[in-house]
Ligand binder design. Structure first.
Ligand SMILES: Nc1ncnc2c1ncn2[C@@H]1O[C@H](COP(=O)(O)OP(=O)(O)OP(=O)(O)O)[C@@H](O)[C@H]1O
Ligand SMILES: [Mg+2]
Length: 437
């Protein structure tokens, strides 16, 4: 698959960007802070509904604006889908697919797949467990979008359960109705939690051999990577590895037992202490945990191996035509030695589309540049395709208007005209009609 068009409105440094993209390799080059990562972050957001750098919309919306719009047109084996996201500062995001009426955000998951490598990946190894949980959940959801429902059910039930525990915190006489309400949240949390844990465990089984294989390719060293699930629901002293053989029903029972075991502590602290939101992915390198033990170079290799492993898992999960994720390499080459650079550059041949960022051309390995590629020079708020004499940010924008001969584009624009109210369509017209609407 590939993104054949990206438009941004008030997204970080871009007030209005319209960028046609092609399959193959595109390299974004420009000095630090110019807005290269902002572009690939937007593409990744369209796939995962999240940013690899921040949580929440705030930093993604250009300062002074109330909302940002990311629009991508995705081509998958010739079939095109327009994904449009309005990220709002003060209210829920709005998602539209092919210009139809807004849908729930999770409906858009699964259309576009990305695998993004970035310096932030070091936090997968060194950072707190939330990074690793999100890594697992995002990968599992990309392949099985229905998991998004279980994830949001879990979040909702967790909030409710925490609210109950907090409001009755430390109270001695937990009355009948409190007890009945707690039982309801226990059941709902365990149901959704078992689905989330089940998906993570299933993913780990597929992921572990791929991550280890990737690590061997990157280092050729003597160490192996192993991945283990550390569940907060497992009783102290019990064997975590037994989880690998648990069914979703077993996981439900495990969580219900954990609630029973922890009730006193949870009521004292007014907080849910067990469940997938407190679990971790344990990454071991040889005999020791990677976190706290691995060297800087080993940490990098482990982080890269997690992403490479994700790439292989995606390909194995869906080997069909047009299903390879968009590969995004954000600022990774400068940090890597020759072997790792070569390994990553080899991946480029497997993807239908690769987006790379680098501060200077010299950061890019020659093995990468052997592939036919387009260089896009990035300046604050605009971009220009190198070698294209007519190209400036304005003409890159105009290019899309020229595509008017393309029926797909025309349809987009007409649909845009239909949308009323202060939606992204209206905003675009206000923006000088960049979309021709
Ligand atoms: N919401 C926002 N509104 C306005 N500007 C923003 C916003 N978010 C980030 N920026 C600006 O965007 C710039 C960073 O852009 P980006 O991370 O894409 O840079 P980069 O080209 O990838 O740089 P580097 O080579 O250092 O990685 C910063 O100057 C930052 O101030
Ligand atoms: Mg960057």
């Amino acid at each position: 698959m590939f993104v054949d068009h990206l438009s941004l409105l008030d997204f970080r440094t871009y007030h209005a960007l319209d960028l046609p993209l092609a399959p193959g390799l595109t390299v974004f080059v420009g000095p630090n802070g110019v807005g290269k990562t902002n572009i690939v972050e937007a593409v990744d957001w369209a796939a995962t509904l999240g940013s690899h750098r921040v949580s929440g919309n705030g930093p993604l919306i250009a300062t002074g604006s109330e909302r940002a719009v990311i629009r991508t047109r995705v081509d998958r084996a010739g079939q095109r889908t327009v994904l449009e996201y309005e990220l709002n500062a003060a209210r829920a995001n709005r998602v539209r697919i092919n210009r139809a009426a807004p849908v729930r955000a999770r409906e858009a998951l699964g259309t576009l797949h990305t695998v993004l490598f970035s310096p932030e990946d070091l936090t997968l190894v060194k950072g707190d467990p939330s990074h690793r949980r999100r890594f697992l959940d995002d990968l599992a959801t990309a392949m099985r979008p229905v998991l998004a429902a279980a994830r949001s059910d879990y979040e909702r039930a967790l909030k409710q359960r925490n609210a109950l525990l907090k409001s009755t915190r430390g109270r001695r006489g937990f009355d009948e109705s409190d007890r009945a309400t707690l039982a309801v949240w226990n059941d709902q949390l365990a149901r959704a939690g078992a689905a989330v844990m089940g998906a993570r465990l299933q993913l780990l089984e597929a992921l572990e051999p791929e991550v280890d294989r990737a690590y061997q390719q990157l280092t050729d060293g003597p160490k192996h990577v192993s991945l283990g699930y550390e569940s907060s629901s497992v009783a102290p002293g019990a064997d975590q590895r037994a989880l690998a053989h648990f069914s979703v029903a077993d996981l439900y029972d495990l969580m219900m037992q954990a609630f029973e075991r922890m009730e006193r502590q949870e009521r004292e602290r007014g907080l849910t202490l067990v469940g997938p939101h407190r679990d971790d992915l344990l990454i071991r390198l040889g005999e020791t945990p990677a976190k706290g033990y691995a060297s800087h170079g080993e940490t990098w290799s482990t982080a890269l191996a997690l992403r490479l492993g994700s790439w292989y898992v995606h390909l194995a999960d869906d080997p069909g035509r047009g299903s390879a994720p968009v590969l995004i390499l954000d600022d990774v080459f400068a940090e890597l030695d020759a072997r790792r650079r070569r390994r990553l550059a080899e991946l480029v041949g497997q993807a239908e589309q690769v987006l790379v960022t680098a501060a200077v051309d010299e950061d890019l390995p020659s093995a990468l540049l052997e592939h036919t590629h387009t260089v896009v020079d990035v300046e604050p708020g605009s971009v220009a395709v190198r070698g294209d004499a007519s190209s400036s940010s304005e003409t890159v924008r105009d290019t899309q208007d020229d595509e008017g001969g393309n029926g797909e584009d025309n349809r987009d624009r007409h649909d845009d005209g239909d949308s009323s109210g202060p939606g992204p369509g209206g905003a675009q017209s206000a923006n000088g009609g960049a979309e021709g609407g």
